[in-house]
Design a protein around this ligand. Sequence first.
Ligand SMILES: CC(=O)SCCNC(=O)CCNC(=O)[C@H](O)C(C)(C)COP(=O)(O)OP(=O)(O)OC[C@H]1O[C@@H](n2cnc3c(N)ncnc32)[C@H](O)[C@@H]1OP(=O)(O)O
Ligand SMILES: O=C([O-])CC(=O)C(=O)O
Length: 376
Amino acid sequence: MTEPDIHKGLAGVTVDTTAISKVNPDTNSLLYRGYPVQELAANCQFEEVAYLLWNGELPNALQLDQFQKLERSLRPLEPRTKRVIDELPLSAHPMDVVRTAVSVVGATDLTLAAKDGLTDHNLNLGRAIHLLAQLPAIVAYDQRRRRGLELVEPRDDLAYSANFLHMTFGEVPDITVVNAFDVSMILYAEHSFNASTFTARVITSTLSDLYSAVTGAIGALKGALHGGANEAVMHIFDEIGSADRAEDWLDRALAEKRKIMGFGHRVYKNGDSRVPTMKAALDTLIAEYQRPDLAALYDTLEKAMNDRKGIKPNLDYPSGPAYHLIGFDTEMFTPLFVMSRITGWTAHIMEQLASNSLIRPLSAYDGVDERHVPAQ
Ligand SMILES: CC(=O)SCCNC(=O)CCNC(=O)[C@H](O)C(C)(C)COP(=O)(O)OP(=O)(O)OC[C@H]1O[C@@H](n2cnc3c(N)ncnc32)[C@H](O)[C@@H]1OP(=O)(O)O
Ligand SMILES: O=C([O-])CC(=O)C(=O)O
């Protein structure tokens, strides 16, 4: 019998097609529905990118207006979700809070019980928009309650990012800050078959519901090797303290065989296509908040990692300090990733359903040979 090829971590394995995004490590490019992500970040708002990922085309003025009206009407935090969040201890990680809140929204969606309620495309599109609108309320409220502050109601005269920052901090920050945040939302929105999106597709492939797929994806994103790295980057910055200590810290960490969070990528081996755009957004924040010390630490660690290992930063490296400067607690960073990636996950859930096949790979058994329970 020939030995099966094992592809640990599914590295290098192409499991399906997708028309949602193209990650090309050879040209170091990322396209959403054909558009370079850098062009989208420079010219669009996050809402337009969400529409693009779900519908395949950018919205015209009328379509955008209708989409924004709908999204804005769905923003207030639902009382039942708020009550459940209030029941959760502050010791719960914010990713556990957001996962639980999405589960509550799913458990109270009566349309799931309708005929074809789990798989109907229009129902799923409606659910995706609903979650897009609810997640900022969930995350903003969780950040505020951790600071002993009351809920802030949404404003329907503000676009997505400005409204979210208003709901979190009680005021709309400078336009530089709003724009930097919006760029991060666009860059985090979609990245083909990453671990959390693949999780969502696996769950969807069993004909489970969208909320189950999204809660599973949130669980996968939480880990430090995936979305949890943006939080971990900030812990590293805190541990190092200042630029003059970065090289010694790195040498020690590498000697201890530690993984340096915010560096490396399964697909990009010559740098992440999104980093230059996010680094430019971080630079505007560093100027806004006058934090050249943070810029020095960022640059020194990046250079030292490149010199020692030739490993480049991924998107989580500039996003972590950017979210810190905007004023979020470090443990809130990965829920911000959820707010953005809900667009990509749900686009993939709908694509999986449109051409479904149960995802069920094989394994090669390497346990003990067949044996038998001794007779009593
Ligand atoms: C938005 C995102 O989710 S991007 C990813 C965010 N995650 C992180 O930043 C966590 C830190 N990075 C990592 O752990 C890895 O680079 C991963 C998990 C992202 C990718 O891992 P893989 O594709 O499996 O690469 P792999 O682990 O095989 O690494 C190849 C080599 O580079 C080393 N390496 C890769 N990344 C790092 C890192 N961040 N720190 C130290 N060494 C690293 C590995 O130790 C390995 O060395 P070896 O050949 O001597 O054993
Ligand atoms: O593609 C990946 O493996 C991880 C990543 O960068 C993302 O999900 O944005």
